[in-house]
Structures are given as C-alpha cells and as structure tokens.
Design a binder for this molecule. Structure first.
Ligand code: HEC
Ligand code: HEC
Length: 239
C-alpha cells in the first residue's frame, strides 16, 4: 500500500541523480541519492560525483530520525528496494559503532558517509538507542524467494556448507538475532542489503588477507549460491 515513505514512489518519481555506481541497483541508488539530495542540497550542488568521505556539511542541527526513516523506514525495518538495512531491535553499541565507522571512513558507503559526517558521538548514541528500541515488521520483498532457496539458506545458517563455510548461527546467535555488540542481527535484513554487504566483505578479502574468524573471511569462502540462499533465508526470518 503506497505511502509518502514508499520507496517505490521515490524510485519512480525521482531519477535525475542517477549515477554509475554499481553497489546498488540503479533504481534503488537513484531513489536513495534523491532522498539524500533532498535533505542535503549542498551535496547536489557539489557536483556530479557522490560525496567523498571528507565532505563536510555545514547545517548546524543534528538530523532527526525522520531523515533516517526516509531510507530505513519509520521504525527501522529497512528497505529491499533501496538496499537499506534493518535497524529496528539491533544492538545499540553495534549501531553506534557502525555510524562512527562511516564517519571516519573505515566503512565504505557513498550514502551513509555523508550522513554520518553530521553526527556527533552523542547523536550517534541517541539514534542508535532509538532504533534499537524499535519494533518493525519484515521489510516488503521485491521478489519473494522460493521455498527451495529459503531451505538451502536455513541449512547453511544451521550447519554451514561447502567450501568450509561455517554455520551463520555459530556467530550471529542461535536464530540470527545477533550476539552482543560484535555480531549483528542478520535475521530480518532485506535480501538486497545482505547480498550487497556480503559482496563488499568479499571485495575487502581480495584487497587484503582477511583476519581469521572475521566476516570478511567467512564471506571470502562463500559462493554466489550460498550468498543468495542465506540472504533469502534471513530476509524471511524475524529476528
Ligand atoms: C539516503 C538513504 C539513507 C539515509 C538518509 C540514511 N541511511 Fe543509513 N544506510 C543507508 C544504506 C544504503 C546503508 C547500507 C550501507 C552499506 O552497508 O553499504 C545504510 C546503513 C546504515 C547503518 C549500518 C547498519 C548495519 O546493520 O550494518 C546504520 C547504523 C545506519 N545506516 C543508520 C542510519 C541513521 C541513524 C540515519 C539517520 C541519521 C541513516 N542511516 C540515514 C541509507 C541511508
Ligand atoms: C566467525 C563468526 C561469523 C560467522 C560464522 C558468520 N559471521 Fe556474519 N558477521 C560476523 C561479524 C563479526 C560481523 C560484523 C562485521 C563488521 O561489523 O565489520 C558480521 C556481519 C555480517 C553481515 C552484515 C550485517 C550488518 O548488519 O551489517 C552479514 C549480512 C552477515 N554477517 C552474514 C553472515 C552469514 C549469511 C553467515 C553464514 C553463512 C555469517 N554471517 C557467518 C561474524 C560471523
């Protein structure tokens, strides 16, 4: 049911900031950047290329949760079409740490880095606390995954699989609900986000040898089918 926050509405109504970045679907990125430029006109004026990590935005006030909601959903369910993660119910320290990594450039994202640039440590803490206390239904899927794909993902989550891929539950909690500040909840994450994130871990593993026991190392062992199946399973599993 379309609402003013419906990402499909944004996707179809706002395409003028289309770019060549391949991390998200073109449609999703156009929509996400559209939201960004609506909130941060300074970025749109800065030129064609997406904002680098060093961009500073001089607006004084800290963004309200309404800014976050425009991409992550009102209660932080995330969005499959935008490729944005679920924030609802996630560990607050994990969320705050993720924001600080975007801010200092140690976690890549042309979208989140400029958002995080504006946030003080107190803002990050407040936003993280807010979203960790939210409850949200699963984000609506663009394509409902097949039952076969979901059960392949469930097997991988419970028992691991070929190429010595370990069981996801062994680190992410017994149902993917997360474990402390280090191991995020992966249940409930929209499929497009999980796939993009695992591909990013893989790219990182190619650039430098991953630390044993890190997600970068786990992802480096995974093949495309394992990525797709696990992302499908977690996208239909409530954390
Ligand atoms: C224009 C869209 C957009 C806006 C606005 C936005 N985000 Fe994001 N956010 C994203 C995308 C896309 C990602 C995924 C980035 C990646 O991993 O490549 C993300 C990732 C995150 C993550 C990492 C979560 C995880 O599980 O890894 C956190 C935390 C986050 N955003 C918090 C916020 C907060 C808080 C706000 C408001 C101040 C906000 N975001 C505003 C698009 C947005
Ligand atoms: C050895 C422990 C370990 C195992 C096993 C593991 N992970 Fe992870 N995973 C992590 C850690 C640690 C992080 C956080 C990485 C970071 O913040 O940079 C993570 C992050 C993630 C993320 C990003 C979540 C977010 O919100 O940003 C996804 C998606 C993910 N893992 C999927 C999986 C899947 C699917 C499996 C099973 C095939 C799996 N993981 C198995 C340790 C593990």
């Amino acid at each position: 049911m379309p609402t003013t926050h419906d990402s499909r509405y944004l996707a179809f109504s706002c395409t003028r900031h289309d770019t060549d970045i391949s991390a998200f679907g073109r449609l999703a990125l156009a929509a996400a950047l559209c939201v960004m430029f609506t909130w941060f006109p300074a970025l749109a004026m800065a030129g064609q290329s997406p904002a680098p990590a060093t961009t500073t935005i001089s607006t004084a006030a800290a963004p309200s949760t309404a800014l976050c909601a425009s991409c992550h959903g009102e209660h932080g369910a995330g969005s499959d079409v935008l490729g944005t993660p679920r924030l609802a119910g996630m560990n607050p320290e994990y969320l705050a740490h993720a924001l600080s990594m975007f801010k200092d450039g140690t976690r890549a994202s042309v979208i989140m880095q400029p958002v995080a640039q504006r946030l003080s440590p107190d803002d990050m803490h407040a936003l993280a606390t807010y979203f960790s206390a939210q409850h949200a239904p699963l984000a609506q899927a663009q394509h409902v995954p097949s039952a076969d794909l979901i059960s392949a993902g469930k097997r991988l989550a419970e028992s691991g699989g070929v190429h010595d891929v370990p069981a996801c539950f062994s680190c992410h909690g017994s149902s993917g609900q997360g474990n402390g500040a280090r191991f995020p909840a992966i249940a409930g994450q929209p499929m497009t986000f999980s796939i993009a994130r695992m591909r990013e871990f893989q790219a990182r593993a190619k650039a430098a040898p991953p630390k044993p026991g890190s997600m970068t190392e786990v992802a480096s062992r995974m093949d495309d089918a394992q990525i797709e199946a696990s992302a499908a399973f977690f996208s239909v599993t409530m954390p």
